[in-house]
Design a protein. Structure first.
Ligand code: FAD
Length: 325
């Protein structure tokens, strides 16, 4: 990703930063599980030994100012403003390949059909028809980069891939916290929760970055009813999700006795989660498409880590489609 950002001259626009990520474990059992899994990782992949530095609770509190943790781990990481990066790269690609690349926004694909009879020269080269809200389009191959929405066009994938909503807030801590945005980003791990009375589910992770420029915290996670969380509807931001994030963040910095920090903005987005936690990248079999034909492919289910993983997944998929290793 760093190479891509540099190649497209997007370091400044996307506010790319190399820093350390502090993963914070809020219970002893989470911290123990993590240390065991790092030991297994290092045993299986000796080249990765030493990537994580384990920190005890005292160090997490005294050196990083995080309250209530059972322990932590540091690893080399980076932050980037994804929307700015993606739009800058697409803008450059549109200029570079004006005859080959078009981006059709607000054009939902409503159905995919496969013509297996090859009756005309066109259908033999372009056997797929994409029915869209702006009319049909013919294609030689179809690549689904539809992540959490994949089950809409590929019903056989429902359950294997499901949408999962995440809410983000931007909170202004004012002068109450020193700006550490250049040096560290954070992830907070806690055991998933479920409250039968409210049916609210906390899925076990909060993520946090701080803008080195403004000091604003970008804090996300989800705590909402299961039917709202496992949903592809991002047309609204649940106010209880936002107020939950506003109440949780100051606690991590020991500032819960103060008024909530100013909410600068908030939004929700849909992620694609898979039942085994792994992305789905490759050719779709007729059993999954419900159609004959060998020309349907997918790169989806990034389980909330797509910005980090979908670049190389896309490259791998392109090589597969070209028949290369
Ligand atoms: C709150 C939140 C925080 C996140 N934080 C991180 C993070 O810190 N690090 C990280 O790596 N990732 C993070 N992610 C995940 C990251 O955003 C996704 O993994 C990434 O966007 C996946 O990219 P994608 O192109 O596969 O899918 P998406 O970005 O979901 O894009 C899918 C696209 O398909 C379109 N689409 C769907 N169906 C159709 C159809 N029928 N016709 C036409 N178009 C269709 C949708 O409109 C959408 O534009 C976060 C996500 C959320 C919501």
């Amino acid at each position: 990703m760093q190479e891509l950002i540099e190649e497209y001259d997007a370091v400044e626009a996307s506010e790319m930063q190399k820093l350390q990520k502090l993963r914070v474990f809020m219970t002893d059992s989470k911290f123990e599980d993590f240390q065991e899994s790092i030991a297994r990782l290092e045993a299986d992949h000796p080249s990765m030994k030493g990537i994580y530095t384990i920190l005890d609770a005292d160090t997490v509190l005294k050196e990083y100012g995080i309250h209530g943790a059972s322990g932590g781990a540091l690893l080399p990481a980076g932050t980037v403003w994804p929307y700015r990066l993606v739009t800058k790269v697409f803008d450059a690609l549109l200029k570079k390949y004006p005859g080959r690349l078009t981006i059709e926004t607000n054009t939902a694909v409503e159905a995919v059909e496969y013509d297996e009879k090859f009756l005309t020269p066109i259908t033999s080269v372009f056997p797929y028809t994409l029915r869209t809200s702006r009319g049909p389009m013919r294609a030689a191959s179809v690549i689904y980069c539809t992540n959490g929405y994949s089950g809409h066009l590929l019903p056989c994938l429902r359950g294997r891939i499901h949408p999962f909503k995440g809410t983000m807030t931007v909170q202004d801590p004012g002068t109450s916290i020193p700006n550490q945005g250049k040096f560290v980003s954070w992830g907070f791990h806690y055991p998933p929760t479920y409250e039968p009375d409210t049916q609210r589910h906390g899925y076990g992770l909060y993520y946090l970055g701080q803008s080195a420029k403004t000091g604003y915290f970008y804090f996300g996670g989800e705590n909402t009813r299961i039917d709202e969380a496992v949903s592809a509807d991002d047309s609204f931001v649940a106010s209880h999700s936002v107020s939950h994030l506003q109440s949780v963040l100051p606690r991590f910095f020991g500032k819960e006795d103060k008024a909530p920090w100013k909410l600068v903005s908030s939004w929700s987005g849909i992620m694609g989660f898979s039942s085994d936690g792994l992305p789905l990248v490759g050719r779709l079999s007729p059993a999954l498409t419900g159609r004959r034909g060998e020309g349907e492919w997918i790169a989806a289910a990034f389980n909330g880590y797509g910005m980090a993983n979908c670049l190389m997944a896309g490259e791998a998929l392109a090589l597969m489609i070209l028949g290369k290793k």
